[in-house]
Design a protein around this ligand. Sequence first.
Ligand SMILES: Nc1ncnc2c1ncn2[C@@H]1O[C@H](COP(=O)(O)OP(=O)(O)OP(=O)(O)O)[C@@H](O)[C@H]1O
Ligand SMILES: [Mg+2]
Length: 330
Amino acid sequence: MAFPTFVPPASTTTGQPSAHNDSEIVLQTQALTKVFGSRTAVDHLNLAVRRGEVFGFLGPNGAGKTTTIRMALGLITPTSGSVEILGQNVWQQRDRVLSQVGALIETPALHLYMSGRDNLQAVASILGTADARRIDEVLGLVDLSDRQRDRVSTYSLGMKQRLGVAVALLDDPQVLILDEPANGLDPAGIVEMRDLLRRLATQGKTIVISSHVLSEVQQICTRVAIINHGKLVTTSTIDDLTRGQGYFVIHVEDATRAFAAIKSQPWGREATLEPNLTIHTAAPDGRGRDLVSFLVGVGCVPDQVAYEQVQLEEVFLRLTSTPGAANGGA
Ligand SMILES: Nc1ncnc2c1ncn2[C@@H]1O[C@H](COP(=O)(O)OP(=O)(O)OP(=O)(O)O)[C@@H](O)[C@H]1O
Ligand SMILES: [Mg+2]
């Protein structure tokens, strides 16, 4: 388990927000690479996150998400390649860049014996920027106003994670980078975290969230990048990831004959006859009605034809289970 790290936005007055432009690239990595000994944790990664996006950074355990985020936050040096945030190289202009970035890496480092409010106060005094009003504001944003005086040791995991996000928000950063913010949360905690991130997105923040569980982020992310073994597998919208990945389920009386007819077609080569005698298949040009016409044409009038959308989790697993790519080879 990695040591919990909290990264407060660096306090400086030099980093002015640039002019707002939705297509502006806010965070960009170019051939970003990190090698630990003989293990390549991040391998020539190219990513571009635009202003206002809620960007999902996804990959299974050990894929290189935290390592990428640490490089993006100037916590570790890239072996090669670069990260730019708001057009500035993170490594060369660290303080200037990081004044615009709030971050939470894995679990937040909080003082458990202090209240939520006092934790925020402590960070605020280090930053020298936030006032009591801002603390009220961030407490409201993360829905902790009524528990602010309680000791953090009495908080649920979800409340601690939200307090971690509140800390990251103190300096009102333009960009929020959250490493596994839903890690370890129960379904209710995940919903609360999702609501919080949605609220922040409507305020125009650019948000990058990493996760190894696709379902945690699929409802809020505008776009996702999937990485595996440090390499980019794909960057896509959620819709594009699942489009065309579904299949038709056919109930038909003479399933064996219908199945043979489908299998003889170029679009039906992958069809399967299931133990319950339903047929799973693609359709000609993906069109359900052409499939029905075909079945009628071969004398197998179907009782039911339903489209089954493939679960995103399945797509994710398929994309990240490339055989023969042992992690790092160390
Ligand atoms: N300080 C380090 N020294 C050596 N190897 C490291 C170090 N940090 C990370 N690694 C290795 O780099 C690879 C990527 O790790 P990383 O923590 O970035 O993955 P991750 O995608 O965040 O995984 P998880 O979902 O488990 O958090 C792993 O093989 C890990 O063992
Ligand atoms: Mg990680």
